[in-house]
Design a protein around this ligand. Structure first.
Ligand SMILES: C[S@@+](CC[C@H](N)C(=O)[O-])C[C@H]1O[C@@H](n2cnc3c(N)ncnc32)[C@H](O)[C@@H]1O
Length: 324
């Protein structure tokens, strides 16, 4: 049994890019997307602590409810753009948001892992390798289209949203979450860079050497970071993103932002986890990271949201509907 997207139609994953392909990808953002995400597909869930249990079901549902809590559920047929390993749609389906799903991604490796995850969860899901700017589904197919951390990778966001509206049924809704705000991306990058530099330098010599990852793994992370700079194309001001959605033809557009203090903990934590050997970090660390993130999320929602303007928060969420 294979979980490849559509054998014979969709391309196969390519997890081991050659040096020439990597060089070509530095000038071709879509090739970079495929190589980078095919390369990380099999380890992606571990790297980002993605799971399909209560913790991530609640997280995915929280992102959806941040902007679409009033909508009647469940949707019939839902599609995810840039699904990665299926984190958003599969967890939303588990929480009762949609009955049937289609996972799509430019990276064949990601579609393969997403389909495997769906199969393990017993969900009714099919999949296609798909460029968001040219979605391989008929007009008026879906009741809901979702995405998480995908719009900022797409060169022509308005074209992608036009395609989303084309494949939605009239009245159908889209929800895109987890997009970096312009200000949030600025502080997240600086905090990540500082964490990486401090961690990889203090573990060079002396008693902390045991906390240093092997040099070839650090070099590989640095090469990946070079491609990351090619695949991360946009950051968003919430009002500008709403304007792009309206220009694409969407009705009932709204945006929300989330995570300020939580993002300021989350980015250094993830960078630190990538910089040290995983076996050094046990359950105590996991509890600190998740507990800290939850407490700071509470602070964001109950205190900071009342005093800090929305554009300072890290994550942008946008929703809209296809006009009847
Ligand atoms: C940051 S990952 C997010 C994956 C997943 N949504 C998640 O939140 O875990 C971005 C995903 O978007 C995909 N992607 C990038 N450009 C795309 C495009 N033009 N069309 C469809 N998918 C794309 C990448 O291959 C990658 O899997």
């Amino acid at each position: 049994m294979t979980t490849d997207a559509t054998p014979g139609i969709d391309p196969a994953p390519n997890p081991h890019a050659t040096e020439e392909q990597v060089q070509a990808a530095l000038k071709d953002t879509k090739l970079a997307q495929v190589l980078y995400h095919d390369w990380e597909a099999e380890t992606y869930d571990e790297k980002w602590s993605i799971s399909f249990d209560e913790r991530c079901i609640d997280y995915a549902r929280g992102r959806f409810d941040a902007i679409a809590a009033e909508e009647p559920l469940p949707y019939g047929r839902a599609m995810e753009l840039g699904c990665g390993t299926g984190f958003f749609l599969l967890n939303l389906m588990q929480s009762g948001v949609a009955e049937k799903g289609s996972v799509t991604d430019l990276s064949p490796g990601m579609v393969k892992v997403a389909l495997r995850n769906a199969e393990n969860l017993g969900l009714d899901v099919d999949g296609r390798v798909a460029d968001a700017e040219k979605i391989p589904y008929d007009d008026n197919t879906f009741d809901l289209v979702v995405g998480h951390a995908v719009l900022h990778h797409i060169p022509h966001v308005e074209q992608a949203l036009r395609e989303v509206l084309r494949v939605l049924k009239p009245g159908g809704r889209f929800v895109f979450a987890g997009e970096p705000s312009t200000i949030g991306d600025f502080y997240a990058r600086w905090m990540s860079r500082a964490t990486w530099a401090i961690t990889t330098n203090v573990t060079r010599f002396g008693p902390l050497q045991g906390w240093r990852r092997p040099q070839e793994e650090l070099d590989e992370s640095s090469r990946a970071a070079a491609l990351e700079a090619v695949v991360d194309i946009h950051t968003f001001d919430p009002d500008e993103l709403a304007g792009i959605a309206r220009s694409a033809g969407a009705a009932k557009v709204s945006t929300a932002t989330e995570e300020l203090a939580a993002a300021m903990l989350g980015w250094p934590v993830r960078t630190f986890e990538a910089a040290v050997p995983p076996e050094k970090l046990g359950w105590g660390w996991a509890r600190f990271a998740f507990g800290g993130w939850k407490r700071l999320t509470w602070l964001d929602e109950n205190v900071l949201r009342k005093v800090v303007p929305p554009k300072f928060f890290y994550n942008v969420v946008v929703t809209g509907a296809k006009p009847h």
